[in-house]
Design a binder for this molecule. Structure first.
Ligand code: SAM
Length: 222
């Protein structure tokens, strides 16, 4: 259950120092840095590790609801930090949390530049579709947290879920699909398909992978 999850009442009350000790001193919540990239349902952390050297100046956070998995990722990051005496891997961290509930408690409107939703749980049954992490309501929340020009990445091996995510994102007024051919220079595409544990598993089983990438656009009514 979520009852034992601790979350701040508002983003300014969040203490990030345990997550990014190199960037936040423990006696102060003030820092020039803010989390800009999040991996929602990060699993075992393969994407975080791959993104760390690609975006050395940005703070990247994985969010994971399963305690044991979060624990694993924490240890993985601690080990990488210990092995790398330079600042490599100081910019990635993981938090146990239910991303379907509390995101706006952690981030200010427009704070995020990238959100990743990779190989999310498919929730096949129609009655369970409300548990899908991409939905019209949640997309409005994601649009609120992403800056204009920010990017939302989705990937899955489940064709039906891919079509669902595309349908919901296409229909949302604050998102616009980035055509696949415009993404050939985006280093994140290789990562989203090949660097997560789930993506690797699909590759081993020679399964298909689908992705769709969206840009947060300006609100036409503002
Ligand atoms: N993205 C990873 C990958 O590609 O390897 C993991 C994919 S796994 C199929 C989906 C993950 O999302 C699981 O680790 C699950 O515990 C996590 N998850 C599901 N619902 C969540 C939620 N509401 N908040 C945070 N994490 C969630």
């Amino acid at each position: 259950s979520d009852h034992d999850l601790i979350y701040p009442l508002k983003p300014s009350e969040m203490d990030w120092s345990p997550f990014y000790p190199k960037y936040f001193s423990s006696d102060s919540k003030e820092s020039t840095k803010k989390v800009e990239i999040i991996d929602v349902g990060c699993g075992y952390g393969g994407l975080l590790v791959a993104l760390a050297p690609l975006f050395p100046d940005q703070l990247i956070l994985g969010m994971e609801i399963r305690t044991k998995v979060e624990d694993y990722v924490k240890k993985r990051i601690d080990a990488l930090r210990a092995q790398n005496k330079n600042d490599l891997y100081q910019n990635i961290s993981v938090m146990r949390m239910n991303a379907m509930k509390f995101l706006p408690n952690f981030f200010e409107p427009g704070q995020l530049s990238k959100m990743f939703f990779l190989f999310p749980d498919p929730h096949f049954k129609r009655k369970k579709h409300k548990n899908r992490i991409i939905s019209p309501n949640l997309l409005s929340e994601y649009a609120y947290l992403l800056k204009v020009g920010g990017i939302l990445y989705t990937a899955t091996d489940v064709k039906e879920l891919h079509e669902w995510m595309v349908e919901k994102c296409d229909a949302h007024p604050l998102f616009e699909r980035i055509p696949d051919e415009e993404l050939s220079n985006d280093p994140c595409i290789r990562c989203i398909l090949n660097e997560t544990e789930e993506g690797k598993k699909v590759a081993r089983n020679k399964g298909d992978k689908y992705f769709a990438v969206y840009r947060r656009i300006e609100d036409p009514d503002e």
